[in-house]
Ligand binder design. Structure first.
Ligand SMILES: NC(=O)c1ccc[n+]([C@@H]2O[C@H](COP(=O)([O-])OP(=O)(O)OC[C@H]3O[C@@H](n4cnc5c(N)ncnc54)[C@H](OP(=O)(O)O)[C@@H]3O)[C@@H](O)[C@H]2O)c1
Length: 433
């Protein structure tokens, strides 16, 4: 470090979970950070809704006025208030005033990332968002730097720790969805209102960011097809395992014919695939590039210190002057409608326990060009239906087929008088090895 190196002057918006971690890292690791950054990282001011005297700000000022972050004594605004409108406004104002911005806010980036990166480029300042996807795992850096020489073909990730925790508890301990969710809430891994996590919105925000970087396209959150895990049953997890698969909530972006697939949904992956072994709250992102082949990034996807680690890494890059004001939106890429996406399927069809039903289901699927690759139909699985009737689940694994064809076939199967309840349909992804 040069003796005359000017400190990088930092202002933080928010003083919650992640901001607390950032403050602690800046305070406790100051010497090491200064060596790596080539100059001191100096926390000047923290602006947040309520004071927290118990947090040691290491001499930095505290204010409840977010506008105080746009003073000329601050070089970088770190946005950690969360939410959308106020956070987006804060970032816009900082960039317009030629302050660099670091954020962990995937919700804002998924919707306004193109606009904010464009503004950063025009203003010649950095916008860092390593913390917005997969917490401490440097996957944004992997896409924008380490893998930048490659044409990316596919990104597939377990990028919501809450959903992965719930599915792991259901699979390993036989818990119901509701019991696993309550357990996640009791352990602090799920919010009191878990909708964003369990219905897939959080993962869709992150996928919109990953797809934009991987495929040089705009941030297209509204075009991401999204299904959560709230409809998953222990029964489906059990059948999946019998068939040699594990059920994961995957976010997938893939270069397809005529556009990019961008989808978030429960997915069966072969038990031999690397993603099958990612359990609990851990995250992992699998990136397949034309030159490099498959690569995998694994680690803690959330929490104060993992997320703060990514925020501070962005601050170090800005201090060194090597932060990217990168790099998306150059290509006009269509996002393929889900009807055009091709994948294999797991089907669970509750049907009357009568001869010939399986053959009839197979015939309907066959008429739509869908082949069956595996099935489970067991005598012992007979249950008593609502009307006192006995029924069996027919479990089928199909060959890859376009969603549109599958939807048309399932509509016909659902209308068969022998089918006594709603058909469960889960996509299967076999290429992740
Ligand atoms: N937590 C994680 O593990 C994690 C991981 C990855 C990304 N992120 C992202 O990081 C961001 C922050 O998350 P967090 O978990 O740290 O949230 P948090 O614990 O709720 O902290 C938010 C902080 O911002 C303050 N705040 C909120 N709205 C404000 C406003 N309008 N004006 C002034 N202050 C305001 C809050 O004040 P009060 O103290 O008065 O509530 C609180 O101190 C979010 O975008 C989140 O998605 C979080």
């Amino acid at each position: 470090m040069r003796a005359d190196s000017k400190p990088l002057r930092i202002g933080i918006a928010g003083l919650g979970t992640v901001a607390g971690g950032v403050v602690a890292l800046l305070r406790n690791n100051a010497d090491a950070l200064a060596r790596r950054a080539g100059r001191p990282l100096s926390l000047v001011r923290v602006a947040s809704r309520s004071p927290k005297p118990e947090v040691d700000l290491n001499g930095a000022a505290f204010t409840t006025d977010l506008n105080a972050l746009h003073e000329p004594d601050i070089d970088v605004v770190v946005e950690l208030i969360g939410g959308e409108d106020r956070a987006a406004e804060l970032m816009r104002r900082a960039l317009q005033g030629r302050q660099a911005v670091v954020t962990a806010n995937k919700a804002v980036l998924a919707r306004h990332g193109g606009e904010l990166l464009g503004l950063a480029q025009t203003q010649g300042v950095a916008l860092g968002f390593e913390a917005a996807v997969a917490g401490g795992i440097p996957v944004i850096g992997a896409l924008t730097r380490g893998l930048a020489a490659n044409r990316v073909q596919m990104v597939a990730g377990i990028i919501n720790g809450t959903s992965n925790y719930i599915l792991t508890a259901m699979s390993q301990h036989g818990a119901s969805f509701q019991a696993a969710l309550s357990q996640a809430q009791a352990q602090g891994f799920a919010e009191a209102d878990p909708t964003y996590d369990v219905e897939g919105t959080d993962a869709a925000h992150k996928l919109a960011i990953l797809a934009a970087l991987a495929f040089d396209m705009d941030f297209r959150f509204a075009a991401v097809y999204t299904e959560g895990i709230s409809g998953i049953t222990k029964e489906d997890l059990g059948y999946a395992e019998e068939l040699g698969y594990r059920l994961k909530h995957l976010a997938i972006a893939r270069q397809g014919e005529g556009g990019v697939e961008a989808r978030v949904h429960p997915t069966l992956v072969p038990e031999s695939s690397l993603l099958a072994g990612v359990s609990g709250v851990m995250n992992a992102v699998w990136i397949d590039g034309e030159g490099i082949g498959p690569t995998l990034y694994y680690g803690a996807g959330a929490g104060a210190m993992p997320t703060a680690s990514a925020v501070v890494a962005d601050l170090i890059a800005i201090a060194r002057g090597d932060a990217l004001a990168c790099c998306t939106g150059a290509k006009q890429q269509a996002v393929l409608p889900i009807e055009r996406v091709v994948s294999a399927f797991y089907l669970r069809i509750p049907s009357r326990d009568a001869p010939g039903v399986f053959a009839e289901v197979a015939a309907v699927l066959g008429r739509h060009g869908i082949s069956i690759e595996g099935a489970i139909q067991r005598q012992g699985a007979v249950r008593s239906g609502d009307g006192g009737e006995s029924w069996v689940p027919i479990i089928i694994l199909t060959a890859p087929v376009a969603e549109g064809a599958m939807a048309a076939a399932l509509q016909q199967v659902q209308e068969m008088p022998e089918v006594v309840g709603d058909i469960t349909r889960i996509r299967v992804e076999r290429g992740l090895t």
